[in-house]
Design a protein around this ligand. Structure first.
Ligand code: SF4
Length: 427
């Protein structure tokens, strides 16, 4: 099976990315600031609208293709005003249409984003933080803790770059399931999604085609429910009781499943949108008959959908792939309780598309001479949260060994936006 892999410096490809000088990029500039830029150079302010329409609505990512701009102006823009603030470090694509990009931010840190394509869908999976402070034991993104939140522009830029990879040149869905805990960076995320869903000046993606995933920050879930948007919510549960979830999702120790479900119930009552529960099946740990019964009791009576994500075992990590009988038992038990359930399909496994996997490899591998710079080392602790789900100052605690991240397991089930798109992530 052929895998396309390119390791490129963006400038070498003609990509209009930020340079080290730190001059603002178009993707970072509010419309008024861009207007000023043109006016200061003797151009009409409506050039700003022209340029933003190219970037956000038409998907043009190269000045050379903006042929309705005068050639001299295009050359000036190419030299003085980068379109993007990040640099493309690596682009991998798989035969199933999955693309994974690793981007280098201005401060040198690396982030990942993934495009998952099906016949009629092109779903972008984006990151919201550099690293992650939630510390899920099976996840490469959280192995070294969180470094910082991404800006709204850094999130929008992931969408623009992924759209440029899409077969039809457009995105239909967004899942916020990449690196980071989205609700820990809610303000910037909402701003990014505002641009993504703006039908007139943004990317024009339907709010109903956006899913935000969280390990469960109750205060932020309520805030999202009250925000008046039409985004969907997915809660990464992974265990039916606190003692087991505390082991799999360490931040649960300060929150507890009851508070998370209460907030998720509030989200449903407030928005009318069914909540999805993500459940990574770890063989012999959370896939037992007792866990299946407990999970079905926990969710019975709720308007809930469960996505089961079978684990693939990997040397070095103490988790096993669930056997098919355990998966079938989990499905049967949940369905008997009236709960909708699907098993996640796997996509992009050939290109290390699981959350944080490729970035981790790049950070761990010293760059060869002439290759792009990689991120500096990350701090070795996760970011804790208080019982209300708000971020509190980082302290060195709950250290975990560094390991590699395995992909999720292959399964075939009917498709839905979340299931398919999330297939390339590790949540
Ligand atoms: S699974 Fe998600 S929330 Fe958990 S550590 Fe990874 S990125 Fe963070």
């Amino acid at each position: 099976m052929t895998i396309s892999l390119s390791l490129v410096e963006a400038r070498a490809t003609g990509d209009s990315s930020a340079d080290a000088s730190g001059s603002p990029a178009v993707v970072e500039m509010p419309a008024e600031e861009l207007q000023r830029w043109f006016v200061q150079r003797g151009e009409p302010s409506w050039r700003a609208h022209q340029l933003r329409r190219h970037l956000f609505q038409r998907g043009t990512t190269d000045y050379a293709a903006m042929t309705d701009l005068p050639l001299a102006l295009r050359q000036q823009l190419q030299q003085q005003l980068p379109l993007f603030a990040t640099t493309l470090v690596q682009h991998r694509s798989a035969p199933d249409g999955t693309h994974k990009l690793v981007l280098r931010l201005r401060d040198g840190h690396l982030i990942e984003c993934v495009l998952i394509q099906e016949q009629d869908r092109a779903t972008a999976c984006i990151s919201t933080q550099v690293g992650c402070g939630m510390g899920c034991v099976f996840c490469a993104s959280g192995l070294a803790g969180v470094v910082r939140n991404l800006t709204a522009a850094e999130m929008v830029e992931q969408l623009l770059r992924l759209r440029a990879c899409a077969r039809r040149g457009r995105l239909t869905h967004i899942v916020v399931m990449g690196m980071g805990e989205p609700l820990a960076n809610l303000q910037q995320l909402l701003e990014a999604l505002r641009i993504a869903c703006d039908p007139r000046q943004g990317l024009g993606i339907s709010q109903r085609h956006v899913t935000i995933s969280t390990v469960g920050l109750p205060a932020r879930i309520r805030q999202l429910a009250d925000s008046g948007h039409h985004y969907h919510l997915a809660v990464s549960l992974h265990a039916p009781n606190d003692s087991l979830r505390n082991r799999i999702v360490p931040t649960n120790r300060k929150i507890g499943i009851a508070a998370i479900l209460s907030a998720a119930d509030y989200f449903f009552q407030r928005t009318g949108r069914q909540v999805t529960y993500e459940y990574v099946l770890l063989g012999g740990l959370n896939d037992t008959a007792a866990c299946a019964r407990e999970l079905s009791q926990l969710l019975a009576g709720r308007k809930a959908h469960v996505n089961l994500i079978p684990w693939n075992d990997v040397p070095g990590l103490p988790y096993l792939r669930p056997d098919s009988r355990a998966i079938e038992r989990m499905i049967r038990t949940l369905r008997q309780a009236g709960i909708s359930v699907k098993v996640r399909k796997r996509k992009g496994a050939q290109i290390d598309a699981a959350c944080g996997q490729l970035r981790r490899q790049l950070i761990s591998t010293p760059p060869s001479p002439g290759s792009p710079t990689v991120s500096p080392a990350l701090p070795d602790f996760p970011q804790p949260i208080d019982p209300q789900g708000d971020i509190i100052p980082v302290t060195p605690s709950a250290l975990r060994p560094l390991s590699s991240m395995p992909p999720v397991a292959p399964q075939s089930e009917p498709s839905d936006p979340l299931t398919d798109a999330a297939a390339a992530t590790a949540r």
